[in-house]
Design a protein around this ligand. Sequence first.
Ligand code: ATP
Ligand code: MG
Length: 251
Amino acid sequence: MRTPLLEIQNLNKAFGGLKVTRDVSLSLRAGERIGLIGPNGAGKSTLVNLVTGLLPPSSGTVRLLGVDVTRAGQAERVRRGLVRTFQVTQLAPTLTVRSQVELAIHEREGTVRNMWRPASRFPVHAEEARAILAQLQMLEIADERPIDLAYGQQRLVEIAIAMALRPRVLLLDEPMAGVPSGERQVVLNALATLPPTLGLLMIEHDMDLIFSFAHRILVLAEGAVLADGPPAEIRRHAAVQQAYLGTEAAR
Ligand SMILES: Nc1ncnc2c1ncn2[C@@H]1O[C@H](COP(=O)(O)OP(=O)(O)OP(=O)(O)O)[C@@H](O)[C@H]1O
Ligand SMILES: [Mg+2]
C-alpha cells in the first residue's frame, strides 16, 4: 500500500490537567477527503494545531510522507507539503488578492526578501498566481482587497493562498465558518476545483457539506476518536448520533 501522506499515531495533548487530545491516530492518503467533526470543544482545532506544529504534543508522532515531523517547526512542515487554513480569517485586509497569492509564492520560493523588485521581475510568480486564481474562479476579484469582499470570497482567498504553497495535504478549519448561506455555493465550487491527488482534511460544523464532501469521517468527542468510517456508517453510528448528530438535529 502507498505510504500515507499524513500519519498521526497516538497523539496526546494536555493543557495543565485538561486532556484535550487523547490517543488520536489517523492516516490520510493521496486523494482522500476526510471530514473531522465533533461538538464544540471536542479538540478539532487542537488536533490541527498539533499536526501543523503550532502546538507541541504531550506524546505521539506525526509523519508526513513517511518522515517524522513531530518536532519540526511549522515552516518545515509547510515546505514538506502540509498547509492549513484557519477557523478565523488571517488575511491582510488591505493587500489585493493577487498580491497576497504572489506573496505566498514568494514565501514558498524563498524570494520574499527580493519582493520589492518590480513585479515584472517575477513574471513566473505572477503567472502562477493568475493560474491559481483562475482555477478557483477568482479572477474577477483578483484586484480587490479582502476588506471590500464578501465573507465567502474572503474564505476563497485563504484557500488560494494555501494552494500557492503547493500542498500535498491541506487542512481546512471550518471553511464555511461565518459564510452566509447565499455565499456558500462559491466556496463549494472552489473546493470542487481542488486537485484530486491532494489529501484533504476538513473541520466543519455544516453536516450537509461534510457528508457530501468526505470519503471518511472522523468523529472526535472529548479529545478522543469516537468513530472513524465512511459517511454512511457514521450516520448510523449510535454513539455519534447521541454525542453529536442528535444534538445537531435537535437544534
Ligand atoms: N491554549 C489552550 N489552553 C488551554 N485550553 C485550551 C487551549 N486551546 C484549547 N483549549 C481547550 O481544549 C478543548 C478543545 O478545544 P478546541 O478549540 O480544539 O475545540 P474544537 O473542537 O476546535 O471546538 P470548536 O468547534 O468550538 O472550534 C477546549 O476545552 C478548549 O477550551
Ligand atoms: Mg475549532
